[in-house]
Design a protein around this ligand. Structure first.
Ligand SMILES: NC(=O)c1ccc[n+]([C@@H]2O[C@H](COP(=O)([O-])OP(=O)(O)OC[C@H]3O[C@@H](n4cnc5c(N)ncnc54)[C@H](OP(=O)(O)O)[C@@H]3O)[C@@H](O)[C@H]2O)c1
Length: 334
């Protein structure tokens, strides 16, 4: 193991899109675990849109950034953190972390399923899609579904899971033709449009001419307005995130069709996946057999090398990822 640890700090608050200049890689000696803790060498990191939201004020400047991470315990001073064990923790954006048993949980291993899946379809990303579909949308067989940011982590997981759950017509939106092709050829979407191609309301109406029952909203703004127009009576909107706003410096989009929510008796509900941890086991039971049989494939963009974590994050904000974006430590073979 190397003697040097690297940690990423945020060094300035961005206005609009962040740049590499808002971050610094800080070198230090590999930390030594104190009594009751363990040293983890990190193997996989998740970079997420919520990091962009936290950059506006929640992240302390010039301090290590948090993030969902999987690593191997390399030196333990607590009996419940076994040396060699693979654990999940949230002290990411650093090559090494000292964790207490409260901060780290063992990652269950499923034969034939790569570890990276625990940051994608089996992790918070997949759980967001699963909770959105089962607990908030309460998807029923045959219902027609629209998903925005369909080509990303949550969007691909939502498509895969909705297909398994018997959804009817599955429509998505994304920003790139290559992602649209992947979604229809591999994920199970029936039709996907590029939201840059014109007003979203017209594009959605063209892709779902008979309307939709459910909208899984990762984007907000114009997408949400379009979905309200396309939803049938008693339709549901699941508010997951607001990607259209995270890097915007302008006034947030003002929805013009709010009266339709009343006229069509629509229901709109948001949620945070962190309040649904109790559903995790159910997600494993539902999806792992399909991963093992190959019916569900992994939608991941894997970026190699911790040194590229900032580039991976900025690339994700620009839409360069197909499926869940994951950073992998150089030479990782588990
Ligand atoms: N509620 C929760 O607990 C929870 C948990 C996890 C994630 N989320 C939310 O779920 C959403 C998806 O997260 P993710 O981790 O799966 O990220 P992701 O979709 O893998 O990556 C972000 C994607 O957003 C798209 N995008 C960027 N700017 C956009 C814009 N202005 N309009 C439309 N699309 C834009 C890009 O794809 P294109 O090529 O399509 O533009 C990009 O690839 C986010 O809103 C996130 O905050 C919520």
């Amino acid at each position: 193991m190397t003697d040097t640890a690297l940690t990423v700090h945020q060094t300035a608050r961005p206005r609009g899109f962040p740049t590499p200049g808002h971050f610094a890689f800080v070198e230090s000696a590999v930390p030594a675990p104190g009594p009751g803790t363990a040293l983890v060498e990190n193997l996989y990191w998740s970079v997420d849109p919520y990091h962009r939201e936290m950059m506006d004020g929640d992240f302390t400047l010039d301090a290590p950034l948090e993030g969902r991470t999987i690593g191997r315990v390399v030196h333990s001073r607590h009996p419940s953190l076994r040396e060699g064990g693979i654990v999940f923790h949230r002290l990411g954006w650093r090559t090494h972390a000292v964790v207490t048993p409260d901060q780290a949980r063992p990652v269950p291993r499923f034969e034939g399923v790569p570890l990276s899946a625990h940051l994608g379809i089996l992790g918070g990303t997949g759980l967001t899609a699963y909770v959105g579909l089962t607990r908030i949308a309460e998807l029923r067989e045959g219902q027609d579904v629209f998903v925005s940011a369909a080509g990303g982590g949550v969007g691909t997981a939502t498509g895969r899971l909705a297909r398994l759950m018997g959804a009817g017509r599955l429509v998505g939106s994304t920003g790139r033709a290559s992602k649209a092709a992947h979604l229809t050829e591999h994920v199970g979407y029936d039709e996907v449009f590029d939201y840059h191609a014109g007003p979203v309301a017209g594009l959605l109406a063209g892709a779902a001419p008979d309307g939709i029952d459910l909208y899984l909203d990762n984007v907000g703004g114009e997408h949400l307005e379009a979905a309200i127009s396309s939803l049938r009576e008693y339709g549901r909107i699941v508010r997951i995130g607001t990607l259209a706003q995270y890097n915007s410096t302008g006034t947030p989009y003002a929805l013009r069709n709010l009266p339709d929510i009343v006229e069509k008796s629509l229901r709109m509900e948001g949620f945070l996946v962190r309040n649904h941890g109790h559903v995790q086991k159910e997600l494993y039971e539902f999806v792992v057999p399909h991963l093992q049989s190959g019916r569900v494939g992994l939608d991941e963009t894997v970026v190699d090398g911790f040194g590229r974590i900032v580039d991976a994050f900025l690339g994700m904000l620009r839409g360069e990822n197909q499926g869940k974006i994951i950073v992998r430590a150089a030479g990782t073979a588990v």
